[in-house]
Design a protein around this ligand. Sequence first.
Ligand SMILES: Nc1ncnc2c1ncn2[C@@H]1O[C@H](COP(=O)(O)OP(=O)(O)OP(=O)(O)O)[C@@H](O)[C@H]1O
Ligand SMILES: [Mg+2]
Length: 263
Amino acid sequence: MRVLAVTSGSKGGTGKSTVLLNVAVTHAYWFKDSHTYPAVFVDLNMDVGSATMLLLGSPTAWRDARSIVDFLQGRLGDPISAFYVKKWSTEDGDIRLVFSPSKPTGGTMYLSLGALRQVLNALERSLNPLAVYVDLPPLSPGHPLEAVFGHVDYVVPVSTPDYPSLEAVHHFVSYVRDRYGASVAKPVLNMFSIDRDIEPVTGEKWAALASRILGEDPHVVPYDELFLVARAALEIEVLKLSPHESPGVRALIGYADYLKILF
Ligand SMILES: Nc1ncnc2c1ncn2[C@@H]1O[C@H](COP(=O)(O)OP(=O)(O)OP(=O)(O)O)[C@@H](O)[C@H]1O
Ligand SMILES: [Mg+2]
């Protein structure tokens, strides 16, 4: 069982939840015949995360849902009872995604390494998934949730083509690599627009700039207006849009393909 966690450093709205959820659903589809529960998605946002809303299928269902937050704050004895199974039927069989929703924590949530280990052990013992995908809010060094990286095999960096976002990802990823020894997956440069592929001050191409700041060529995911349509309908992009019509979905499937070789 591999554990992946997404980060954008301190910058919000770079597409972390979109990238991670689409990758998790794609892996759940690809590995549906070899694993009963291939993918487990843990939403550790301290509010109602966008992935939670899509998985519960309603903007308000979190109110009645159990959450991993309930376990971490001592209101649930068994961590597995904070997980749900989401099922989609396809022509070649069912896709199953196990997930734990987020909910407002009413303040900072403290996360001990021990509690998280307990959750991961319970998941491995009872579901034996291929991978666990941890969605996180924007984080800076010293944030209580950074303890997650003590149990992460791969950090998935997601940035947008702008300097503050690239620098924020670079600083946080370097910090968790040095402090926790986590490996870093190829960074994602999300919401890239081919019409604006040049950084206006230096005249350098964004992909080259990202590569220089992040230390590795990024996986580019274009800005795709169809994502707004999918999101408005509370649909997950890879399940709603065909790769032929959506360059964003094509790029996300390409990234899922890259990540699967790390398993
Ligand atoms: N490649 C893309 N093209 C167009 N829209 C996108 C793309 N990626 C993400 N979005 C949109 O950007 C918005 C923010 O995405 P998302 O919620 O995934 O970001 P986030 O980094 O998880 O945000 P937060 O920091 O609040 O958790 C959403 O409306 C999403 O639909
Ligand atoms: Mg998010």
